[in-house]
Design a protein around this ligand. Sequence first.
Ligand code: ADP
Ligand code: MG
Length: 289
Amino acid sequence: DQVQTILFRLDREIFSTYARDSELSRLNNHAVGTPFAVSREMLDVLMLADTVFSSTSGAFDPTVAPLVNLWGFGPEVSLTEVSVPHDRDVEEALSRVGFDHLVIDEARSEVVKTRNVMIDLSAIAKGYAVDQIGRLLDERGSESYFVEVGGELKIKGVKTDGSSWVPAIEAPLDQASEVYEIFSNLGRSIAVAGSGDYRNYFEVDGIRYSHEIDPRTGRPVRHHLAAAYVIADSAALADALATAYMVMGEEPAYEHAERGEIAVFLIAREGDAFVERVSSAFSPYLGEQ
Ligand code: ADP
Ligand code: MG
């Protein structure tokens, strides 16, 4: 019941882009230039989003919302359904993108939009929900659990037989789920989140348009990275970074992870085959199984 309460609050009441009266929808409809009082949860998520926005040079940017809608992946389903938008519509939407048009005042729990930005926290809120459920279980004294919401995980301790949890990375295929690689939490408390181009996409003229939008071009990412899985202490951080890495592409993602000692497992397409690239911080989790 308590888990349900957390999920209802975070989804329906706070972060939903579908519910018109969620806190996020109200913020999106709020006037430019006047303060908007935010909940503790909204403040937490916006501040973390800001950190990831900066550290990824804007690859992760929740103000991509107008573009997410334009490409048909948001709550405002386009009339033409699956189609490629006009360049000028992309340009128009791009002019409203930029997380730095949101000023966050932590002390006052307020935010001010300095431009008419629209925010979509779908790439971080699910992870945050997983963290909140993990925290509830921690507070109830649980030494061991495996929490999953929509593919984002929080894992703690060992199984009842004393062995580590064995989460799997899924093959980046749109058919039935298939294991690509298994790893282990090594008995540690870890969060895992992944992003991919293979579940949520449409295809026109043989080109795949995924729901990961590059805020710099205004277009779905077009490179050979198929999936990115991140291990971190917090699922919200892992969630946001996995999305950022999908936007950045293999090489920049790998370099970012190595520089920041971030654990990432990248899967790239090479023709019909897949190749993986694992950052140094991820390797230990692949060792013991
Ligand atoms: P999933 O929802 O499958 O776990 P992600 O965590 O990668 O995948 O979230 C993808 C969603 O994030 C998209 O559907 C869109 O709403 C939003 N999004 C797309 N591109 C970006 C971006 N560059 N920065 C932040 N959010 C994004
Ligand atoms: Mg994400």
